[in-house]
Structures are given as C-alpha cells and as structure tokens.
Design a protein around this ligand. Structure first.
Ligand SMILES: [Zn+2]
Length: 73
C-alpha cells in the first residue's frame, strides 16, 4: 500500500547554491508579500546554513560538487 500522494502538500525547503567564497547570505523569504524581514546568515566555517524563518537552505557550491559522484543519471 502506497501512501505517498500527500508528499506534495509538504513544504519542501528551497535549496540555494552559493559560491565558495561567499561568507554571508541574506534571505527575505523570496516573496516580499509573503516573506519575512531580511536577515543575514554567516556560514561561520560551515558549508550549509538554514534560514530560521522560512527554512531555506544555503549550500556552498563545493559541497554540492563533492557529492556529485553519487549523481546517477
Ligand atoms: Zn528565509
């Protein structure tokens, strides 16, 4: 029995790829009317930052590239 039809109703976090030398990212939710106040996040030596407001995930490009091997076409 498969009950996976409801997954489309879930809010999936958006993933934003940023360049490797970026130290800070800003997020305002993307949509001015439905977003949130603009906030800045520092990567602080990590490769990934999650927005505490809207759940967007900011990931450095190198972190994606490292994982490229597992991409099966
Ligand atoms: Zn956000």
């Amino acid at each position: 029995m498969s009950a996976s039809d409801d997954t489309q109703n879930k809010m999936e976090p958006e993933v934003i790829i940023v360049e490797n030398d970026v130290d800070e990212v800003s997020c305002d939710g993307g949509i001015p009317a439905l977003g949130h106040p603009r906030v800045w996040y520092s990567f602080d030596k990590q490769d990934k930052v999650t927005c505490g407001y809207c759940g967007r995930i900011f990931v450095k490009r190198r972190s994606i590239a490292d994982d490229g091997k597992s991409h099966a076409a």
